[in-house]
Design a protein around this ligand. Structure first.
Ligand SMILES: O=C(O)CCC(=O)C(=O)O
Length: 272
C-alpha cells in the first residue's frame, strides 16, 4: 500500500471530478530551488517559448538539446521522482507507476500565451489512454495571470471530443475543443500558491487564459501513467497539428513504482 498523502476525500474528489488540489504541498526550500532552476532553464532556452518547455526533465544530448528541442535539467527529473509525489499519484492510478513526460508552462507577464481548452488524451500515445498530471505551481498561479481551469466531471465519460486545429501563433497548443462540446460557464479556476499543486485526469477538459497581467505564471506538469497502459511509440496522434514538435519515438520512460504491468513498455529507449 502506498503512503497516504491524499486523504480519502481528496481521492474521492479526483475520481468524481477529475481533479483535486491536495492539502499536500512542497516544502519552501524545494520551491526556492525550483524557482532558481526555472530561471536557469529559461536562460538555457532563449529560442524556445517559455510556455513550450517540453521534456524539461531531460538533459540535452545533441547541441545541448534533448529530442524535443529543449535543454532540460535533471532537477525536474529529481522532482518527478520525489517519493511523496509518486506515492500520491499511486493512490489514484494504482501500484505500477511510470513517468513519461514533463513540461514547464511559463506564461511571461503581459504576453503569456493562452492554453486553448482541450483534452490531453487527444495527442498522447499510451493505450489504453491513462495519465495523472501533477501540475505544480512554481510561481503564484491566479485568475489574474492565467491559472489552469478545468471542467469538473468532464473526464467521466472517458470520451475524446472533437478538437479543431487553430493556426494562431499566440497559443500554447494549436488544438482547441469545438465550442459546443462543453459549457465554459462550468469552469473552475485552480488558483495555487508556489509549492501547491493540482492533479488532473487524461480526459479532463482544461485550459488557461492568456497572461496579460504584470505577474509571470509558471507551473511544471509532471505526467505519470499506470503501466497497465502501453506507451506505444508507433502512434503519433495529432502529429503536426499541436504546434509542438513532440518526439514520442525516443522519449525515455522511468518505472518509478511497481512493475511493468502490461509487459509492453520499453524503459531503455532514450536513456543515454
Ligand atoms: O499550464 C497551462 O497553461 C496548461 C497546462 C496543461 O494544459 C496541462 O498540464 O495539461
Amino acid at each position: 500500500m502506498p503512503t497516504a498523502i491524499l486523504s480519502p476525500d481528496e481521492t474521492a474528489q479526483y475520481r468524481a471530478q477529475g481533479y483535486v488540489i491536495p492539502r499536500f504541498h512542497l516544502p519552501p526550500e524545494m520551491v526556492k530551488d525550483l524557482q532558481t532552476t526555472l530561471d536557469a532553464l529559461i536562460r538555457a532556452n532563449p529560442d524556445v517559448r517559455p510556455e513550450k518547455l517540453v521534456s524539461a526533465h531531460i538533459e540535452g544530448k545533441q547541441h545541448g538539446k534533448n529530442d524535443d528541442g529543449v535543454a532540460g535539467t535533471r532537477k525536474f527529473l529529481d522532482l518527478a521522482m520525489y517519493p511523496p509525489l509518486v506515492d500520491m499519484v499511486s493512490q489514484v492510478i494504482g501500484p505500477d507507476v511510470a513517468l513519461w513526460g514533463c513540461q514547464v508552462f511559463c506564461k511571461p507577464a503581459a504576453h503569456g500565451f493562452e492554453t486553448p481548452w482541450r483534452q490531453d488524451g487527444q495527442y498522447w500515445p499510451m493505450r489504453p489512454l491513462a495519465t495523472c498530471t501533477v501540475w505544480i505551481a512554481i510561481e503564484p498561479s491566479l485568475k489574474s495571470n492565467g491559472c489552469l481551469r478545468v471542467i469538473p466531471g468532464s473526464h467521466l465519460a472517458k470520451v475524446l471530443h472533437p478538437h479543431l486545429h487553430e493556426d494562431r501563433q499566440d497559443l500554447v497548443l494549436n488544438q482547441r475543443m469545438a465550442d459546443d462540446t462543453f459549457n465554459e460557464d462550468e469552469a473552475v479556476d485552480l488558483e495555487l500558491q508556489p509549492g501547491q499543486m493540482s492533479l488532473h485526469d487524461v480526459y479532463m477538459i482544461h485550459g488557461a487564459k492568456a497572461n496579460t497581467s504584470g505577474l509571470r505564471r509558471t507551473g511544471v506538469a509532471l505526467r505519470y501513467m499506470p503501466t497497465t497502459s502501453h506507451f506505444d511509440r508507433s502512434l503519433h496522434p495529432a502529429a503536426g497539428k499541436t504546434g509542438l514538435a513532440l518526439n514520442f519515438a525516443t522519449r525515455p520512460l522511468w518505472l518509478l513504482k511497481g512493475k511493468d504491468a502490461c509487459g509492453l513498455n520499453d524503459f531503455t529507449v532514450g536513456h543515454t
